[in-house]
Design a protein around this ligand. Structure first.
Ligand code: ADP
Length: 263
């Protein structure tokens, strides 16, 4: 009886440990995403500063004009209208930027629907260019009109590709950095390539980069979760991720997404 009780207690303890490990992994996944969002947020704050300064300047200008001797003269009225127009335009620009950030920060939307790959990649490139600009990295698109479309979650595909682009930008140290985003069709898959001309990945660490927590980045910069999350999501989608890299020349990550049957 005691042996049985002991076995049962051990089993329960193991189950509890399992559960705790799962919860921990879940939390770390969230943490990885938070780190990515933090990085994006810094870029967004930077990007929004400029329009904000312009809006405040124009608001001040309108106040000055209204306080002038003849605020209703034709010239002043025109100035006021044009300043208001500038404020509206810059406001829209800010809203666009915050919307993009929010759509990334939201809980991952795993619902699947028809996803048009090329327009999605164009969107992602536009978004990534904001970060790339400050690092002097060019993002180039090379889209095959025949690449095909998938039944999937666009939020998750976006998360994967952004992650790869961020890694590529982080890796590039020299001037003339270039990240190429390609789409092609490969048998029953759409293949998306994210290629950089960075330093490449040494052969001895190449087999490890998809492992959770493997990072070569400085403490506080890398979580080592990016690629392992990409691999997990893709496995769940029936897709895959692989990498080729040449030291001194760069790396290319291949993402394969299954095409719906019959396409
Ligand atoms: P993190 O970016 O937090 O380090 P990842 O799982 O995304 O975590 O990446 C793991 C490691 O793989 C990185 O620390 C880096 O050493 C390597 N790596 C990923 N992408 C590239 C790349 N494009 N060029 C060179 N090294 C890369």
């Amino acid at each position: 009886a005691t042996a049985l009780a002991l076995a049962r207690r051990t089993e329960q303890r193991l189950l509890k440990a399992d559960r705790e490990q799962q919860q921990m992994q879940q939390r770390l996944m969230e943490a990885g995403k938070l780190a990515a969002i933090g990085e994006l947020a810094a870029g967004v704050a930077h990007e929004i500063n400029n329009p904000l300064a312009i809006m405040m300047e124009n608001a001040g200008w309108i106040q000055d004009l209204l306080k002038s001797d003849d605020p209703h003269s034709q010239e002043n009225t025109e100035e006021i209208f044009s300043s208001l127009q500038t404020i509206a335009t810059q406001g829209h620009r800010c809203r666009e930027i915050t919307h993009k950030l929010l759509s990334f920060a939201r809980k991952p939307d795993t619902t699947t629907k028809a996803v048009r790959i090329n327009p999605l990649l164009e969107d992602i490139a536009g978004f990534a260019r904001q970060k790339a600009k400050y690092r002097n990295v060019e993002i180039r698109l090379n889209l095959d009109p025949q690449a095909g479309d998938v039944e999937s979650s666009s939020t998750e595909i976006q998360q994967i590709i952004l992650n790869l682009i961020n890694n590529a930008i982080d890796a590039i140290e020299k001037e003339g950095g270039l990240v190429q985003l390609r789409s092609t069709r490969e048998e029953n898959f759409v293949r998306i390539d994210v290629e950089d001309n960075g330093p490449g990945i040494p052969g001895d660490i190449l087999p490890n980069i998809f492992e959770p927590f493997f990072t070569t980045k400085a403490a506080g910069k890398g979580t080592g979760l990016g690629l392992s999350i990409c691999r997990d999501i893709l496995a769940r989608m029936g897709g895959s991720i692989s990498v080729e890299s040449v030291l001194g020349q760069g790396s290319v990550f291949h993402v394969r997404l299954p095409l719906p049957p019959g396409t």
